[in-house]
Design a protein around this ligand. Structure first.
Ligand SMILES: [Zn+2]
Length: 312
């Protein structure tokens, strides 16, 4: 038997047919037609899935479920809310049941499905309780308890990126200030570097970005850090300070068996993990006790497809 995983992103949609061992056997994709609206996006997904099934001679009765990872949340009534896609309480589960009759449909937040994939086939699979933090444009969170994703009683929990951990100097997309995401996302790292540079600090980041501060990306800052650049060191030190505080909050409240860090920023593995566990320990309530190992996620971009496929 197979299941299909659909990773719905803000700009593109990735679809895969996944076997029971978590291997992606066949793939397809399409752009996310946000201006076309909800119905157009679902119809595009339907067409890609039909193409994959036809082209690879898959028997429809071999597909046991279709799972979706979406950049938002599904409420108790199966309605989806995704700011980036302009979806406000769209009748997601119902529409998909009509589009794919006879197939079980599941959906969860994209960070949550990535964490589920890591817990089944990736970096956290040895533990039945884990947390995954995705450091990308924002900060996503997945809480896996006894092998199952936990999103709370109303489907709106596990938003680790919006724990408020400081005063903050800019407003988060959620409307609050001081969210974890405003310290530890790629966006936060870039914004803080831009702030220091616009205040006149000298840095090789200016050479790397050819004096175009708006072109700075997180990789440029990590590259400058590797060349002992003072601004990059300040930016990364601040990022890690808050990363440690955020992780300590997770350990203090959930005490998972393991914590995985994924997303684009996690590619700078050595810089992130260096000394991190001891920094976290410094903020714990029970400093003498054993606590979660902190590792880098291993499934990369495929976690979204695999995790969506194994929902249910
Ligand atoms: Zn926020």
């Amino acid at each position: 038997m197979y299941s299909i995983g659909v990773d719905v992103g803000g700009t593109g949609i990735k679809i895969g047919v996944v076997d029971e061992s978590g291997n992606i056997l066949y793939r397809g994709n399409c752009v996310t037609d946000v201006t076309g609206g909800f119905d157009k996006i679902i119809s595009d997904i339907h067409d890609v899935i039909e193409d994959i099934i036809d082209q690879n001679d898959i028997e429809k009765n071999q597909i046991k479920s279709i799972g979706f990872g979406i950049p938002g949340y599904i409420d108790r009534y199966g309605k989806a809310n995704c700011v980036n896609l302009n979806w406000k309480k769209v009748d997601f589960i119902q529409k998909l049941k009509e589009t794919f009759p006879g197939t079980d449909i599941f959906a969860e937040n994209d960070a949550t499905v990535a964490g589920l994939a890591e817990s089944r086939f990736g970096s956290t699979k040895e533990h039945d309780t884990s947390v995954m933090i995705t450091l990308g444009t924002g900060v996503g969170g997945a809480i896996i308890i006894h092998g199952k994703p936990f999103s709370g009683a109303h489907g709106v929990g596990s938003e680790i990126g919006h724990m408020m951990i400081g005063d903050g100097w800019y407003k988060c997309n959620c409307g609050n200030t001081g969210c974890f995401e405003t310290y530890c996302s790629a966006t936060a790292i870039i914004k803080y570097a831009q702030k220091l540079l616009s205040e006149g600090e000298e840095s090789i980041i200016l050479d790397i970005c050819k004096q175009n501060i708006s072109d700075i990306n997180a990789k440029m800052i990590f590259d400058a850090y590797n060349q002992d650049d003072e601004v990059a060191k300040k930016v990364i030190a601040r990022f890690k300070d808050y990363l440690a505080k955020g992780i300590a909050n997770i350990v203090n409240t959930i005490d998972p068996g393991i914590i995985a860090i994924g997303g684009g920023v996690s590619k700078s593995e050595d810089i992130i993990l260096d000394g991190l566990k001891e920094m976290v320990r410094g903020h714990l309530v029970y400093k003498e006790e054993e606590f979660a190992d902190i590792v880098i996620a291993t499934l990369g971009n495929d976690a979204g497809i695999i995790g969506a496929a194994i929902l249910g």
